[in-house]
Write a protein that binds this ligand. Structure first.
Ligand code: DGJ
Length: 707
């Protein structure tokens, strides 16, 4: 047992963690890097003990324990036939790892449990933490709750949290952190549109560029609970956990359970600083190796173009036109497999529909490849319709509890992945297509929520998620170069654990540029643009029935992994020229957009959203100003461009604007819009440029190049 208290420092570029390890580990500092004798921190931060409570100080440890007198939500709740329910773990081993991390082993010999805590701070200032529990005694240990806990300082008193729904993902809301704390629970069986598993705590009025913030992302694709608690003594902490269904986690002697990883980052430079840390972490540690070097090709996805109406000759025409516009990957979405003529039948029957494709898939793939494009195909592997050959021969493969009727979602049910034969069947069907055809990419969809995840009568919600990960992993092991887009009715399953095994997310089924501006902004706090699928849809948006110009649609889709989602054959020449223009623009900026630093810039007019990407070496940048609604005033103030090199000079030019920008809506625009201008980075940041006048639902693009 470690009676001697010691302080271990984990240092990043812009943040530091000081961990006091005695009997139990406590993070006593998480903020800007500090220098000096760390051993002094123990005294500097030793707390007073007030009257009216326990007679000794109780540390806020990495896994709070009732047995130590910490009256907070415990890190672990469980029992062994009603006993061993309030463990207290004592650290027996500290392993300082080469990757700026710690592995702490702690034991409770009475309860017969061991707890291993892994904690790392990477070079991009992202902390990751998880616990593993091992049952070391005879008898089954039933785990009810098992959480990750990180402390917050008392000055963290505001929150940015998320809400949303289908076609309205990643909406953010600001709120004060009240005495009662904050809690969000997701019980939808997947990451969910409603409760994206992340939040940010910060100092009063924290913003994009200012304030201290502590951001958290919980990498788990099932049910979860996030809380930020304010204790009665004012101390506060963030806690994240997978929610287990009754009885589903039972550890026999020698068995273990790990929590999902909790990712977190401190920034002294507001939300932009935090996002940069997470984006760099995603780029360097989450995304798989083979993907890092590859340029992300422009997509054409058939879904909103033809839905279930598949005719190979027509699809080949679509492909030819797509290639002419500069598309680099052509994806056939839902509707290609046996009996899939609408969304009521056929899920599970992963065989080509020969009535639609009498000559097979190969001729289309060859056509697409000859045009110089990669080919992609849609699947929804975890699902089954009752109206399918699969269900008719295996009704027992449904994820359900006998005796209860499962409600349908999009007319479908989930497959019980804990059923070995069901798991192997789906894997074999996917493997068949990837082995027999030149498929470079699959879109992996998941269109319903999980209600009663049952396997042989017992709850298996946690296992269903783990088996989904295994299914993707096994397929990837066989086909490591096939890229996967993760989709769940748009953005219903977007998290780091999914991203470790996929390459791109379909952010939303909403291609309306106005809505997308907000959705993409919300997503940008934790994800870099290259993993966010962002498509130009038809001028008449299918999900909102709004109409938008090609300028607004094109510039909105530019700041992601760009694609087109419509039927090019039916589009008029003017629209086609627009698609081609924005595809070329994206290609010319792609490297900058997909490697640079994302910044959400301040706006004088609340009707603006301003989004920028600055090159790592600050030699160039692009800025999009989106006018979401009518300008609030007749003039819109100045555009301040932060994040540039203050000592460098930049050539600033307007690269794209709506058709009526120079005439029709104004007598004249600011002088720089006509001829461009040279300005220093310092001027751009401190003084800025006069903002032009713009119509609602339009955007402009500005390019800055160092001279
Ligand atoms: C939901 C997805 O989000 C859409 O993009 C599309 O793939 C449909 N499913 C197909 O059924």
């Amino acid at each position: 047992m470690m009676n001697e208290k010691q302080v271990i420092a984990l240092s990043g570029q812009h943040s530091q963690l000081l961990i006091k390890v005695g009997e139990a580990p406590e993070i006593c500092y998480w903020g800007k890097p500090v220098s000096g004798d760390v051993s002094q921190f123990i005294n500097a931060l030793s707390r007073p003990v007030p009257y009216g409570r326990l007679d000794k100080d109780v540390p806020m440890t990495l896994s709070p324990e009732l047995a130590r007198g910490l009256f907070s939500s415990p890190g672990l709740e469980g029992h062994r036939d009603g006993k061993d329910w309030a463990p207290a773990f004592a650290v027996i081993d500290i392993d300082q790892c080469a990757d700026n991390g710690l592995a702490l082993t702690a034991e409770d010999t009475v309860a017969g449990l061991r707890l291993v805590t892994e904690l790392n701070l990477d070079q991009h200032d992202v902390v990751k933490v998880r616990h593993t529990l091992i049952n070391t005694k005879a008898g089954v240990y039933q785990v009810n709750r098992f959480a990750n806990t990180l402390p917050l300082p008392e000055r963290a008193n505001e929150l940015m949290t998320y809400y949303g729904r289908w076609v309205h993902e990643f909406q953010t809301v600001r709120q004060a952190l009240p005495q009662g704390g904050y809690q969000q629970e997701n019980r939808r069986g997947r990451t969910s549109h409603e409760h994206y598993p992340a939040l940010v705590a910060g100092t009063t009025h924290f913003g994009e560029q200012q304030g201290e913030v502590w951001g958290f992302h919980f990498a788990w694709s099932g049910n979860h609970r996030l809380r930020v608690d304010v204790k009665a003594d004012g101390r506060r902490f963030m806690q994240a956990e997978a929610i287990y269904l009754p009885g589903e986690i039972a550890l026999a002697e020698g068995e273990s359970l790990s929590t999902p990883w909790l990712y977190a980052s401190y920034s002294a430079d507001g939300l932009n600083g935090m996002s940069h840390h997470f984006h760099q972490h995603v780029r360097h540690s989450i995304l798989t190796n083979e993907m890092k070097a590859k340029t992300r090709p422009i997509h054409l996805n058939t879904w909103e173009g033809i839905y279930f109406d598949h005719d190979p000759a027509y699809i080949e025409q679509m492909a030819s036109q797509a290639a002419e516009m500069g598309v680099e990957r052509f994806i056939i979405d839902d509707g290609w497999f046996k009996g899939r003529n609408g969304d009521k039948a056929a899920l599970g029957d992963w065989f080509l529909d020969e009535s639609k494709y009498p000559n097979g898939l190969a001729p289309i793939i060859e056509h697409v490849n000859k045009l110089g494009m990669e080919f992609g195909l849609w699947f929804e592997p975890e699902m089954i319709n009752k109206d399918s050959d699969l269900y008719r021969s295996h009704p027992e493969w449904l994820l359900a509890v006998e005796g209860y009727e499962q409600p349908t979602g999009r007319n479908q049910y989930a497959l019980d992945l804990s059923n070995h034969d069901a798991f192997e069947f789906v894997l074999a069907r996917l493997d068949h297509f990837l082995s027999h055809y030149n498929i470079a990419y699959i879109k992996w969809d998941m269109n319903r929520e999980i209600v009663q995840p049952g396997h042989q009568g017992k709850a298996s919600g946690h296992q269903q998620v783990e088996l989904y990960y295994q299914l993707v992993d096994k397929l990837r092991a066989k086909h490591p170069l096939v890229e996967i887009e993760s989709c769940a009715a748009g953005g219903g399953r977007i998290d780091f654990e999914v991203l470790k095994r996929t390459h791109r997310f379909w952010a939303s089924d909403n291609n309306d540029a106005l809505e997308r501006q907000q959705i993409q902004r919300g997503m940008s706090y934790f994800f870099p643009p290259e993993v966010m699928g962002s498509h130009i849809g038809a001028s008449h948006c299918h999900s909102t029935r709004r109409r938008h110009s090609i300028n607004f649609r094109g510039l909105t889709a530019l700041f992601g992994h760009m694609g087109i989602e419509l039927d090019p054959v039916r589009e008029c020449d003017e629209e086609k020229q627009g698609f081609e223009k924005y595809i070329q623009l994206h290609k010319s900026l792609r490297e900058l957009l997909h490697t640079g630093k994302t910044l959400r810039l301040p706006a004088d007019d609340p009707a603006h959203l301003i989004h920028a990407v600055v090159a790592d070496d600050q030699s160039q940048a692009v800025v999009m100003v989106a006018q979401l609604a009518m300008p609030t005033n007749s003039l819109s103030g100045t555009l301040r461009l932060v994040g540039l090199n203050p000592d460098a000079n930049y050539q600033i030019s307007l690269v794209d604007q709506p058709n009526n920008f120079f005439e029709g809506i104004v007598s004249c625009q600011p002088a720089w819009c006509y001829e461009g201008i040279h300005l220093s980075g310092e001027w751009c940041d401190s003084v800025g440029l006069a903002m032009p006048i713009m119509d609602a639902e339009s955007a402009i693009l500005i390019k800055l190049e160092q001279i």
